[in-house]
Structures are given as structure tokens and as C-alpha cells.
Design a protein around this ligand. Structure first.
Ligand SMILES: [Zn+2]
Ligand SMILES: [Zn+2]
Length: 355
């Protein structure tokens, strides 16, 4: 029973005993009467009001030993007196209890520390909250972390501002300063390259291998538990205390065999570039390479060209922009021409809007 989790979300629930609830007599104002021992006020004889039951503090709680639990009390439909669940007739007025309803239960309470005592006002507030559908006031108010809301809000506002600035642009006048064409040939080389991988995935032709132990993954392992106490109204003048625990987990590193090695592979080596202005005929650069599959041999790995206009904003000469266009667009605009173009609030040019 003790180790059987009854509440979902907990790994372990421990029985911490059953105790008497307290009640105050509303007729003679005697306080802290016991929920089990005092079904009637010992001072004036008034019946216990099940709606006035409240929880004692941990120090004041009186344990109930061997008290047979038959269910929550039932409330007499005639006089309102709480009777034991198995009672057939009301102990106060003798009415049959067959169709009597179960008394209302106090809300469950949780705490990480010790429970404080209540007054009958707590019971009243709890039942009123239950009726209005609002959650009952917790035994321990949750710690609010307002600072994080502010930081989150500020970061969010900043991000939104940046996004808006990226999409909002203004039209500016730009002067074409110069024309530049660039023709580039990418060259790859075949040579020893430093690489690393988990050793079980190392290429077969690797050499100069160094093994190291490195964290490859993590295992979640149990690392103690966090527990809370709960007190639960059983509806018969008693409540039970439970210790509800969740297992804590920590990440434990799992090491693997990591290999650092060299391996002969094709890879980026250099770019050969030719550039010129409007008056020079665009030509591909001379490509002088040692072809083959030897160590140190080279091969072409793609060609690209760009036709770039360098511009200055007329009103803000410190703001410069560079944009690529097709060769025919690039040729159609002379140096010194003044054009309109949209520029983002974040600073980048919307090159396609030049016109
Ligand atoms: Zn009394
Ligand atoms: Zn009755």
C-alpha cells in the first residue's frame, strides 16, 4: 500500500498517518473540538457541523489509531447532522439516512514544508471557492517570478521590432559609383585532411589515428527524489497525510571512443578570380592546375560570375550598397546615374527594387 502510487505524476506515495480534523462550536464558541471524539460539543451538546471542519497544524494534529474507515459522513436531510456513513438512522433526530448525501470535502492541500493550522474561516473560504468553481487557496502560495516576465517581454518586444524593421523599407536615391564584374573558378585539391568521427564510423583509409574518450551520449539516472506532503479530508472527521514523491533524474555521461585522424580527400583549396570594370571584357581567369589523382593534384569544382554595381546613398554618402544583377541590367545603367532603391530599416538594400 505504502509504495503504490495512487496519484498520477508521483513515483511513490507514502502513508503519513490519519489525524483528527478540528471544528469550532458555533453555539457556545468552544474551539478546536476533535472531528472523531467530539461528534457533539462537550460543552453545549450541539452536533458537529461538517462544513466547519478545519485542518490542525502539524504540532496540534492528533493521530487516529485503528479507526475503522467506512466512508465519508452523510448529512441528515432533516436536521443537517453529520452521521457515520454506515448509520441507518440519524443520531440526532432519528430520520432514516438511506438517501442522505455525503458531506462536502475540503480541498486537498500540499506543502513542501510543514502544515500550518487553520481556523473555521479557512473551511468557509474553501467551500465558497469550491462552489464558485475557483481553485481553493493553496496551502503555500506559489512563488511568482515577475522579473522573468519582464525580461521575456523585453526580449520579445526587441525581436518583434527587429522583424518589423526588416520588412519595413524606405525609398532612397542612390548614385552608381562603379561597375565590377567577377568571374571565379573554384579549385579543389586532393590531400591529407584532418577529420574526426566516432571510431566505429571511421573511414577505412584513415591514418595517423589518435583515440580519445569523449562524451557520446547521456543516460538519465535516478538521483534522489523531491517530496511534498498532502493532507486529504476523508469526510468522517479525519484526514490522512501522504508523502508524495517524484524521482529526480540527472544526466550521466556515456563515453565513447573518438578518433582523430588524417584521410586523403578532395576538398576546397582556392578560388581563381578575374575582375574588371565596365570597360574590360569579362573573361574567365587562366586556370593552371596539376590534374590527376596524386596527393597535391587539383581539379575544377564549379564556376560562377557576378555583375556588381557599387552605390552610395545621395543624402547619406557614408551609406554604401553593393548589388548583383544580370549582365544586361548591369550594362544598361551608366556610372554616375542616380536611381531610386528601397533600403530596409535594418540597413540592407532591396537590390531588386532598383529602378
Ligand atoms: Zn457548544
Ligand atoms: Zn437528523
Amino acid at each position: 500500500m505504502a509504495n503504490e502510487p495512487q496519484n498520477p505524476g508521483y513515483d511513490r506515495v507514502e502513508d503519513a498517518g490519519t489525524f483528527q480534523m478540528l471544528w469550532d462550536c458555533k453555539y457556545c464558541n468552544t474551539k478546536k473540538l476533535l472531528g472523531v471524539n467530539h461528534k457533539f460539543c462537550p460543552n453545549c451538546g450541539a452536533a458537529q457541523d461538517p462544513n466547519a471542519r478545519y485542518f490542525p497544524s502539524d504540532e496540534e494534529a492528533i493521530a487516529v489509531e485503528d479507526h475503522e474507515y467506512t466512508g465519508a459522513d452523510k448529512k441528515c436531510g432533516n436536521c443537517g447532522t453529520a452521521n457515520a456513513a454506515k448509520a441507518e438512522f440519524c443520531t440526532q433526530c432519528g430520520s432514516p439516512m438511506k438517501d442522505a448525501k455525503t458531506v462536502a470535502l475540503r480541498s486537498e492541500q500540499m506543502t513542501a514544508g510543514a502544515f500550518a493550522g487553520e481556523t473555521k474561516a479557512s473551511a468557509k473560504a474553501d467551500f465558497e471557492a469550491q462552489k464558485s468553481g475557483a481553485p481553493a487557496a493553496p496551502a503555500e502560495p506559489p512563488k511568482s517570478n515577475k522579473m522573468w516576465y519582464w525580461i521575456g517581454g523585453a526580449v520579445g518586444a526587441g525581436l518583434i521590432t527587429l522583424i518589423v524593421m526588416f520588412f519595413v523599407s524606405r525609398a532612397v536615391e542612390v548614385k552608381i559609383d562603379s561597375h565590377v564584374w567577377e568571374k571565379t573558378v573554384k579549385i579543389e585539391s586532393y590531400k591529407g585532411r584532418t577529420q574526426s568521427s566516432w571510431c566505429d564510423a571511421m573511414p577505412f583509409d584513415a591514418y595517423m589515428v589518435i583515440h580519445k574518450q569523449e562524451v557520446r551520449s547521456t543516460n538519465k539516472v535516478a538521483d534522489g527524489e523531491t517530496c511534498e506532503m498532502a493532507r486529504v479530508d476523508k469526510g468522517n472527521g479525519t484526514f490522512k497525510k501522504e508523502r508524495r514523491c517524484k524521482t529526480k533524474y540527472k544526466d550521466q555521461p556515456v563515453y565513447g571512443d573518438k578518433c582523430y585522424y588524417r584521410v586523403n580527400r578532395w576538398g576546397p583549396e582556392r578560388d581563381i578570380k578575374a575582375t574588371g570594370g565596365l570597360t574590360q571584357q569579362p573573361v574567365w581567369p587562366m586556370v593552371n592546375i596539376r590534374a590527376g589523382s596524386c596527393i597535391g593534384c587539383e581539379r575544377e569544382a564549379g564556376r560562377s560570375e557576378a555583375y556588381i554595381l557599387n552605390m552610395t546613398e545621395v543624402k547619406k554618402p557614408d551609406k554604401k550598397h553593393s548589388c548583383s544583377y544580370s549582365e544586361s541590367q548591369w550594362r544598361a545603367i551608366p556610372d554616375g546615374a542616380v536611381k531610386k532603391m528601397k533600403v530596409r530599416m535594418t540597413g540592407g538594400a532591396k537590390c531588386e527594387t532598383l529602378g
